[in-house]
Design a protein around this ligand. Structure first.
Ligand code: DP6
Length: 372
């Protein structure tokens, strides 16, 4: 189980908590990790329900790496639903937030009716205050909306005593969020139904399945991405013939191959499919009109370093993947991890934070031509 549920007062006090009540009886805090897609989701067939044009597969990171922490409180004295993200109040009327709140309250009402609870036991007559904090740059292509909506839905469910399949609700916050509802290796099955009831996340293998797998996040830039995923994929669906080919002709087989590689712990196949899928996703961004550029020159240098490293050993020891931003996520196995970290440090003089994050940019391009 990759969920952590805290007592609220263990959190660092934050301004927005002041608006919460002293009566802590109905306050829950949870954390959710981000997930990194190795078969990418890009393109919707239904914008409102967030139904994708292809299935996708991701690896959920450990809790202590990149995570969102969310506190939800209900109280009789609250006059309206409110939300703070990283300490700043945001507009609760956002349709995706409203979808998640509406669906959780619908399930809570159903449960109350089924169990003959009184109206107030489930806190259903009360408004919620939500505080959510990321420990990583928001909207920098590091899957912040995935962890954010997964955490919101899970925490709301705890507050209202709702159990069961919640990935279809998280999906309505942000597509990729449905995959953060589970740990380990998770597929989001695109589904066929128009109402989205079969568009769900499912665990392929738990995180304990492949303990040698290591993930390294190379933070190239913490800036907000110029084009968000939602609008970027809308333009791609409208304009890219390559995206249509990818969704229909490439991903269905690739999903099967990837699941097989994960189950067999076949790193070579896992790594090659991961890199090819990332490259095809960015190719569809380039095929979008007007084109979308998420990778920058540092990202391209990282790609080159990975291929040179693999070529040097004559085997695929390291893989990269990039989402809607320039930051690289590197997959490797334990036995190659520290050597590859040294390679990265050599090419990209940097600061290492906790051995897991590498921040910083190369001093100059010339630096990249040395070594290996
Ligand atoms: C490139 O889930 O952020 O990270 O559903 O519109 O909220 P919305 O999009 P979002 O898209 C993620 C795209 C991706 C690939 C992936 O995570 O599969």
């Amino acid at each position: 189980d990759h969920w952590l549920v805290f007592d609220w007062f263990k959190l660092i006090p934050h301004d927005c908590y002041k608006t919460m009540s002293d009566d802590k009886s109905n306050m829950v805090t949870c954390t959710a990790p981000v997930n990194i897609a190795v078969i990418k989701y890009w393109g919707k067939r239904n914008e409102e329900l967030i139904l994708p044009i292809n299935s996708s597969l991701s690896v959920t990171l450990h809790q202590d790496q990149l995570k969102t922490t969310t506190t939800v409180a209900t109280n009789r004295s609250f006059e309206e639903d409110r939300i703070w993200l990283n300490g700043k109040e945001e507009d609760i009327s956002h349709p995706r937030l409203q979808s998640c709140l509406r669906e959780i309250r619908r399930l809570a009402r159903k449960r109350r009716n089924d169990t003959h609870q009184s109206f107030d036991v489930a806190g259903l007559s009360q408004k919620v205050h939500i505080c959510s904090i990321n420990n990583f740059p928001t909207a920098a292509g590091l899957a912040s909306s995935a962890a954010g909506f997964a955490c919101l839905v899970y925490t709301l469910a705890r507050v209202f005593g709702v159990e069961g399949e919640l990935s279809a609700i998280a999906r309505q916050g942000s597509g990729s969020a449905c995959r953060s509802m589970y740990g380990g290796f998770v597929q989001w099955i695109q589904g066929e139904r128009d109402d989205g009831k079969d568009s769900l996340a499912q665990q392929v293998e738990p995180e304990s399945h492949w303990p040698e797998l290591r993930i390294l996040v190379l933070v190239v830039s913490a800036d907000r991405k110029p084009i968000g995923s939602t609008s970027g994929m809308q333009t791609s669906v409208k304009t890219s013939a390559l995206l249509k080919h990818r969704a229909e002709g490439v991903v269905p087989k690739r999903m099967g191959d990837m699941i097989e590689a994960v189950c067999q712990k076949d790193f070579t196949t896992f790594a090659e499919l991961t890199m090819k899928d990332s490259n095809q996703f960015h190719a569809t961004c380039l095929d979008t009109y007007p084109p979308i550029f998420y990778l920058n020159s540092v990202s391209q240098q990282i790609i080159n370093v990975v291929h040179r490293y693999n070529r040097h050993y004559g085997e695929t020891r390291v893989a990269y993947t990039f989402d809607a931003g320039p930051n690289a996520v590197i997959f490797t196995l334990e036995q190659h991890f520290s050597e590859f970290v040294q390679v990265v440090q050599h090419f990209f003089p940097s600061e290492i934070n906790g051995g897991k994050f590498i921040k910083g940019l190369p001093v100059d391009d010339a630096n990249l031509s040395e070594g290996l």
